[in-house]
Every structure is written in C-alpha cells, then in structure tokens.
Design a protein around this ligand. Sequence first.
Ligand code: MLT
Length: 314
Amino acid sequence: GWSAQAQTQTQTYPSRPLTMVIPFAAGGPTDVIGRIIGEQMSRSLGQSVVIENVVGASGQTAGLRVSQAAPDGYTFLIGHTGTHAAAVALNPKLRYDPLSDFTPVGLVNTNPILVVARKTLPASNLREFVAYLKASEGKVTNAHAGIGSVSHTTCLLFNSIVGIKPTEVPYRGTGPAMNDIIGGQVDYLCDQIVNVAPQVQADTIKAFAVAQAERARSLPGVPTTDEAGLPEYKVQVWNAMFLPKDTPRPILDKLNEALVAALASPAVQTRFAELGADVPARDLQSPEGLHRFIRSEIDRWTPVIRKAGAVLDQ
Ligand code: MLT
C-alpha cells in the first residue's frame, strides 16, 4: 500500500499547475492540439496547464524527459504517431519504450495528412506535382520535422510510392517548416490537417491531396488521393496523452476524466472541426484502449517504414 503522504497527494491532486510537454515547436500541429485540449482540461482540473515545448531529436527529447519525470501526475506528454510508433522502427537507439516507460492516458485526436507545396511551385494538381518532382529530383526540397516525425514518415511513404529521393530539410516542427513553405524557401511538406487547413483557407500554400478516402470537411475543395490519382497513398496520424510509468491509478483516472470531458466539450469539438481533427472513439480515449492502440500502431508502422526505407535505400 501507499504511504499516508502519497495517499494525501493522490486525494488532493491536482493541487498545483500541471506541465504539458509538447515535443515540437510552438504553432505546429502537436502544439495547437495540446493547447486546445490543455485549456479545456485546466477548467475541470481547477489548475492551470502550462505548455512546455521541449524540442529536439524529432520529439524524442521530450519523450525521454517525460519518461523520466516523477510519476506524480504533474508532468505529462502529448506524443504522436512519430514518437510512440514509427520511431520504434526508425530509431534502433530510441531511449524510451513507448509502452513500458509510460502510463497511457488516452488518445487525443486523429487527423489526416495532406501533401502541400509552396504556392509558386509550377503544378496545379497532384499528377503535375508528381511529374515536377520526378523532373526536378535532387533539386526539390522536402521539409519535415526530423527523422521519425510524422511529417518525415508520412512523406517517406509518399516519396517511396512516387519513387523519388528529394533533398530533405529538417525543422524543429512543422510550424516553422510551414512558415518556409509559405515563404517559398522549401518546396513541399506532408503535414497534419490542423496545420494545413488555416493556410489553405488563407490561400498561402497549395494543397494537392488529402491522404484518405473522404474529403476533409474543413477543406472540401481539396481532392482525396483516390480522386487525385494516387490511391495507394492513404495515411492517418494521431496525438495521444502519456504520463510517466508507475503513475498511481487514482491520478491517472483524474487526468483521463479531464481529457474525456475536454473531448466531449463543445469548445474542443468546434475547434477540432474547424481544423479538421477528429475526436477518437470513446474506447480509444481510455488508458487501456490507448495501450492496445499503440501496440497495433507499432505493428502497423514497422513494416511500412522498412518497406519505404528499402525503396529509398536502393
Ligand atoms: C509538429 O507539431 O511540429 C509535428 O507534429 C511534427 C511532426 O511532423 O511530427
């Protein structure tokens, strides 16, 4: 059993501000989702949720930091498809285990990936874009948020299907990568819809396709990859919440309740809908559901990375 002191800490949790660690630069998709959910969670928890962007090593610096934090409920992470699934296959030296070094809290959102480019790129649809990529191979630049990030792995997949090897340009997140797409310093990016939707709506970039079977409600003018002629390219990514391993169950339950309440709130649902993020099924919002989901995502991504990597290494 716990000591009396630990029990008191559990009963009064949270009695001070919480820190939500975001593994990528401010203004990018993980940061935007984290801030939306954190603000709503702070209301039901009665404490502020302080956002800390711990940037580096494609999100793995933040992952390591939270895996080693005190399991007291005050420090938690927004991880994603990159940090908690694809990184396993891509990085043999990954310094945390996405399952055993964390206490899963719940899935936060899923969202589709879009292929986008600088506005001045001379292509007006996906077919023309692919032709341009093939003709300019070696010169064309592909922005991403570091090896193993979502923007890297999903473009690895895209590039392997198209059959090109671009020059890769890593950033500290797709927030800054998107700024350089807007500015025209880099050519293209595979990015989460929450980062893409505001730019397409403002007409500052080109979006060639959304990599899923249905058009995104927040971007009805952007064709699917089926419609645009690249049906093999379909990919969905997610963000999820993690505490350090060995967090006491009552603390986990309190944080999970706050997450579930936030995801059910009209404020979060409206914002997610505007940006194109989807609220996950209720069972995936649970610790057990997220645990099973992460396991299946690691299994799903490992062969995808190997196959795409093999094509690229030829
Ligand atoms: C971000 O927030 O910058 C992205 O999630 C990074 C990524 O592409 O994985």
